[in-house]
Ligand binder design. Sequence first.
Ligand code: PNS
Length: 163
Amino acid sequence: MSKALIPGSFDPFTKGHLEIVKKASVLFDEIVVLVAKNSSKNYLFDTSTRALLIKDAVKDLHNVTVDCFDGLLVNYANKNNCDVTVKGIRNFTDYEYENSMALTNNKLSKSIYGSGITTLFIPCSPEYSDVSSSLVRLLLFQNGDISSLVPNESLILEYFNKK
Ligand code: PNS
């Protein structure tokens, strides 16, 4: 059975992320969207809220599950018998950053576990090339309209207004 991980901060999950998850879900038998719990990073939404928002957005995709992870991605991948990760690419800047991350993860998994993890890049559609979690966060603080950027505006507003 083919399985791929889609790791990220997802703070919060956007329509751009959803497009990549949908594209990956037809390429693999199983997809795990992995929410990073990096304790040194200040997220707007806590880990469980970010995971809940993703679960809501992917509820109709039957081969997609959501999990959270701390520490190295390659450790999670090895423990869960997975050697493919998927990343969405919006532009050249994303490519440069993600490619260096992909090389690091490949080398790291080879040196720790003896087999290299592969990262598959999926380009996003032009309509999502300007969609980012940071733009969503900025608009939330400015009472801007986020409806075109996220799959579940009302749920995000509910959690944002609880803060
Ligand atoms: O959505 P983001 O913020 O670009 O996601 C980055 C993420 C969480 C995928 C990346 O930082 C990550 O994999 N972090 C876990 C630690 C790790 O394995 N780093 C790479 C090798 S140093």
